[in-house]
Design a protein around this ligand. Structure first.
Ligand code: ADP
Ligand code: ASP
Ligand code: MG
Length: 249
């Protein structure tokens, strides 16, 4: 069974957390799954990179900004592939360009259009765990584009859709989707299931837990999405069309 997992920045913030995430990937792989792991830049890397740029250019050219910011995810992907290899597992990191993730030409807020070529498929057929740099693709000129802040969620769901994965697990720093931000409201209630439409509304209203375009793609391609904690065990929240659609792995 094919599965896509995604780890956000705080889930990869240091070596210990990368090893923990690698352990989750390893467990799925050893359980017989073909695994694509999408990774974000570590911790606050993207914010720090933006601050660096502000010291260099007051109105940064968008093409170069994307070339620069995409490097955060590329570093994470290579580090994760190394962590997996250090555990004795076959893993390969891929950038958006290497994987052929095609987007439109809107630098800084590009939309995913499709997956060109079969590089990911070939690596999986060779028995490898594919570690994919999130947040990035390429336009028709093969120039790097980024998908908007929080866009690694969208990379993960897009790959799940294009590779016809059974589901997409989004590992993050909260243990699921709540009715409101659990970091701001002590009385927030965790939801075991959220329909695509409701999740889309929440994401569009700014619930950072999922990028809104990732929910659009999930709804369009009927990808079953599970949001769960990378730090604690638990079922988290399922986002599907109907409550009876979700399954245990
Ligand atoms: P990641 O780095 O894993 O992508 P994000 O910071 O982008 O994680 O998203 C997770 C954060 O989303 C949580 O820490 C939480 O504060 C915030 N959040 C906002 N609204 C919600 C909600 N309704 N349910 C859960 N988390 C939410
Ligand atoms: N690193 C990017 C950001 O901070 C993308 C992501 O984390 O999803 O927005
Ligand atoms: Mg995020």
């Amino acid at each position: 069974m094919r599965i896509v997992v995604k780890f956000g920045g705080s889930s990869l913030a240091n070596a210990e957390r990368i090893r923990k995430a690698a352990g989750r990937i390893a467990a799925l792989y050893e359980g017989g799954h073909q695994v694509v792991a999408v990774v974000s830049a570590q911790g606050d890397t993207t914010d720090e990179m933006i601050a660096n740029v502000e010291q260099i250019h007051t109105d940064p050219p968008r093409r170069e900004m994307d070339a620069y910011l995409s490097a955060g995810e590329q570093m994470s992907a290579a580090l994760m592939a190394m962590a997996l290899q250090n555990m004795g597992l076959p893993a390969v990191s891929l950038t958006g360009l290497q994987a052929g993730l095609m987007t439109d030409g809107v630098y800084g807020d590009a939309r995913v259009l499709g997956l060109k070529g079969d590089r990911i498929q070939k690596e999986m057929d060779a028995g490898k765990i594919v570690v994919m740099a999130g947040f990035q693709g390429v336009n028709g000129k093969n120039d790097i584009t980024t998908l908007g802040r929080g866009g690694s969620d969208t990379t993960a769901v897009a790959l799940a859709a294009f590779l016809q994965a059974k589901e997409c697990k989004i590992y993050t720093d909260v243990d699921g989707v709540y009715d409101k931000d659990p970091r701001k409201y002590a009385d927030a209630v965790k939801l075991p299931w959220v329909g695509y439409e409701q999740m889309l509304q929440m994401a569009r209203q700014g619930a950072q837990v999922l990028h809104d375009r990732c929910v659009e793609l999930a709804q369009m391609y009927r990808v079953k999405v599970q949001v769960l904690s990378s730090f604690r065990e638990g079922e988290g929240t399922w986002i599907t069309a109907l409550p009876e659609d979700f399954s245990q792995i």
